[in-house]
Design a protein around this ligand. Sequence first.
Ligand code: KG4
Ligand code: ZN
Length: 358
Amino acid sequence: MQPGRASGPVLGIESSCDETAAAVLDADGAVLAEAVLGQGAHAAFGGVVPEIAARAHLAHLPDLAAQVMREAGVGWDALAGVAASSGPGLIGGLIVGSGLGKGIALARRIPFVAVNHLEAHALSPRLPGLVPGGAAFPYLLLLVSGGHCQCVAVEGVGRHVRLGGTIDDAVGEAFDKVGKLLGLPWPGGPAVERLAAEGDPARHRLPRPLLGRPGCDFSFSGLKTAVAQLVARFPPGGLPRQDAADIAAGFQAAVAEVLADRAANALAAFAAAHPDGRLLVVAGGVAANAAVRSALAGVAQTCGYRLVAPPLRLCTDNAVMVAWAGLERLRLGLADGLDHAPRPRWPLDAPDMGPARP
Ligand code: KG4
Ligand code: ZN
C-alpha cells in the first residue's frame, strides 16, 4: 500500500481485555458499523478472569466480525486491510483477536496491522468529526483506564513520549477496588460515580498521593488503603447507603484533584517541548467520569489548552479506535507481518512503535 492511501474500508478487532468488539470504517474513517459485547461472566469474580475472557472472545468474535461486515454492507473482498489489537493486554484474548485478523488478511491477501491498544486510545481523537478542526499532532494524552494511567506526548503515528505514569495501581483499578470495598457491582467505576452523586465529598478528607510534588507520576494505592481503613471503622455487615455515598464522593474528589494536579505538571512539561500544542486529550474508561472531566477541563483552561474527551463509547474499549489506528498506519504504508507476535506488555514508546517496525 502506498503512503497517503487506504484503498477501501478497514475492519478493526478489539479483544485485549473483556470487551469483544469489531468495527468497519470506510477509507476516510467514517464508521460504517460497530459492535461491542461486554462479558458479564466476570462480575461474579469481581474482576476480569483471563481464561473466561479468552474463551468468550473465541466464542463471539468471528460472528461479531461477520455481523459488522454485513451491517456495513462491505464484502470481504472490498477490505483494504484488517487491524487487530495485538497488545498490551491479556494474552489469550490478544491471540484470539490477532489470529482472526491474520486469518482474514491471509485469506483475502490484504495487509494486517498489529495495533498497539494504547496507540488506538491515543489516536482516537483524530477520528473524523470528533474534534472541531481536527486533532493535529502534537497533543498531550492522559490515558486513564483499568489497566493504564499515563501521560503521553503524542507527536505522530508511532511517535509517543511517555511523560509519567502510575507507580502502583491504575486509576480505574482504584475505582474498581473502592467499588468492591463499598459492596458495589463490578466494574466499580460507573457504580462509584453514581453513588458519589448522593454523597458529601467533604465529610472524609482522604489523602491526595503525590499532590503538589514535581513530575507527572501518579499513585493510587495509598488512597485505596485509606478507603479500606475508613470502611473498616464502620460496624461489619454492610455500610449504610449514606456512609458509602460519602466515602465514594470523598474518594472521587481526591482522584479528580490528584489527576488535575498531575495533568497540570504534564501540560507544563509538554508545553516546554511543544510550544505549538494546544490540546489535552483524556481517554480510557475513567474519562467517562464527569468529576474527572470537569477537573481536567479546569486545568486545561488555566493552561490555555482545550480539553478533548471522546464520547463515552469511544473512551472505553472499542474496535472503532482500533480500525482507525489501522487506517492511520495503512495511510503511511505501515503494515505488519503475519508472524507479528501479540504481546502482553507493549509500551507506547517502545522502539518498535515507529515507522521502522520489524
Ligand atoms: O478503557 P477501559 O474500558 O478498559 C481498560 O481498562 O483498558 O476502562 C475500564 C475502566 C474500569 O476500571 C472502570 O471501572 C473505569 O474504566 N470506569 C470508570 C467509569 N466508567 C468506567 N471509572 C470512573 N468513573 C466512571 N464513570
Ligand atoms: Zn483500553
